[in-house]
Unconditional design. Sequence first.
Length: 645
Amino acid sequence: MMRKVIKLAFVFLLLQSALMHIKAIKIHTIGDSTMANYDENTTDKRGWGMMLQQFFTADVIVNNRAKSGASSKSFYLEAAYWATVKEQIESGDYVFIQFAHNDEKNGGLDGDTVRKYTDPNADYRGTTAQGTYKDYLRAYVNESKALGAIPVLVTSMCRKYFEGSTIKRKGCHDLGDDFNVPDTDHTYDYTYAMKEVATELDVELIDLTALTKELFESYGDAACTSLLFCADDSTHPNAMGGTLVARLCAQAMLNQGILASYVNASSDLLVNPSNCDFGNAYVSQTLTKELTISGFDLDPVSGTFTLSVSDGFLIAVNKTDVFASAINLDYTSGNLDFTRFYISSRKSSSGLSEGALTVSNGTTTKIVPLTANFIELTGGTEVSLFWKLSANDDYSLSGSATPIAETHNDMYVQRYAAPNSAAIWPTESTYDASRKTQRNLIIGDVWPAGDIDEVSTRYMQFGITANEGTELNIDSIGMYICGAGGNGMRCRISYSTNNFADYTVIKEFPSMVANNMYAVSAIPVVKLAKGDSLLVRVYPWYSGQATGKTICLADVTIHGMASTATIIQSHEKSRMKCIISDGCVKFLNTSDVRYVNIYNINGNLVYNSSVLSLSEVCICGLNSGFYVANLVAADGVEQMKFIIP
C-alpha cells in the first residue's frame, strides 16, 4: 500500500512539474510601419501586428517587434532590431516576417548599389526583388530555424492605390509598370519573390497581399479612405483597418493549419487589447488607453452591450466625453460595428490599480483585466540638462548626471537662425520671431520623394546617463520644434533606454505649419540605474522631394531627480505638503516661505509671488502639465514637483 502511495505521489509530482513547464506559444512579428505598434495618444496609425493578439486564445503571446521605416535590409543590419529579436526567440516559437514597403525605395533598385555608382545620398534601405530582398528573407528564415523557431513568411498588405475599382499592380508591391514590363514579368515583384523563397525553403506563407487586395476592393476607394486608412495616407491602416487586416491573417492561419487550434478568428465578440496594461504614471496623472470592440453573429441578433469598469477606472466612447463607470453600445442584425472607446485611470496615492472591464449583453460576456501603476514623484537632487540651441549645440547641466552630447545621423546643422521673420512661438515661451534656433538639414540638402514615415538612420539625438552611485528618475522631456521653408516637414520624437530596441513615442507630427514653433512635452516614468542612459531622438522626413527645407529645434530639456541608489524621499516626508484639486495647487505648512517660483516643463518661469508667511498657498490658472515649484524660505529652498491634470 505504501509503495502505491509513493508511486502515485511520484506521478503527481511529475505531472505537476510538466504543467509548471508548459509555456505560452510566442509569435514574434517583424516588419514595417504597417505592422508596428503605435501610441494612440500620438497618432491614428495602428499596425495590424498590434491588433493581432485579440484573435488568439490565452495560450498565445504576440511579441510585435515591427519597426516603422524598416526594410528587410535595414531591420537585419541595424543593431537594435533583428539582433535583439533573436535574443528573445526560443525553440518552438513562431516568427512572422513581413517586408516589402520600404524595400521598394529607389524604385526597385538596391540602395547600396545606387549609393556606390550614382547617388551617394540614396536611401540604403532599398533592395532588388530578385536579389537582395530574397537574400535577407532567406537569412531571417534560416536563422529562425537555427534557433528552433518556425518561420512564416507574410506578403505585405496592399497599399491603397486604386485604379477605378481595383488595386493597381504597384499597390500589390509589383513595380513592373515603372519599367514597362508585362504582368508576366516578375523581376520587380516583391510578393512573387517572397513566394519563391517560401517554396525554395519549404516554409509556410500567408498571402496577405492577395487577401487585403480582395478586402480593399470590396470596400472601394472612397470607403477605404474614410474607414480603413489614416487621413491623407494610402499605406497605413487606422484602428479598424489594422483590425481587419489582423483578422485576415488569423483566418488564413486557421485555414492553413498554422496554430489553428489557438485561433479564434470567428469569435463573436472581439475586444482589443484582451489584457489592458496602462503602464506607469505619477500620482495624480491621468492615464488614458484606447480599446476597440466589434461583434459578429451575435446572440441575440439585436440588443445592447454594457461596458462597465471597476473602481479606479472610468470609461467613455469618446475622449472628449464625460468619463463614467459604464457605457452602452447598441447593435442590430447580429453585428456590433467596430467601435473605439477609452478607459482612464487616476490615483491620488502610489501603488498598483487593478480592476476589470466587463462587457456583456446578458448572453455573451467578456472580461478584460486592467492594471495601472502609480508612482510618487520622488525627491533627491534636481537634475536639469538643457540645450538652448540658439548659437551652438552646447548644453548646461545642473545636478548629478552625465550629459550625452547632441549627435546627428544623416543630418547636419545648416545654421543657427530664426525659422522666419514672422515665426510664431507659444505664448509661454516668451520668445519672439527673432529667437534663433538650430536649423537642421538632411545630408545632401535634398529631401527624397516617397518618404511617408521615419527613417531609422536619420535623426538628431540627445541624451543623459546616470552617475555612479545614483538612481536618476527622469520625469520630464521637452523641446520646441518646427519646420522652416514649407509645410511639408514631418517628424516623430521618441525616447529609449536600450538604444531603441524598444522605444516610446513622445509626439508625432503628421503635418507641421511652417515657421510655427510647437511645444513638445512628455512626463515619462523612467528610472536609470548607474551607467544607464536615456536617449531622445527626433526623426524628420518631408512630404515630397524638396531642397533646403529645415527642421528647427530649441530648448531641448531633460529633467529628473538624482538620489542615492537606496534612498528615495517623497513629498510625504517633506515638512511642506502639496495638494492638487480642481486645477489648482495648494501648498500647506508654508509659514516660513517668503516667495514661490513655479517653472514649466521647458524651464520657463510661469508664476512667482511673495507669500508673506502664510500658512498655506493656493495657486490656480496653470495649464495642464508638469511643474517644478521652488519654495524659498530663510533656511533654504524646498523643491516640489507636481502635475496639473
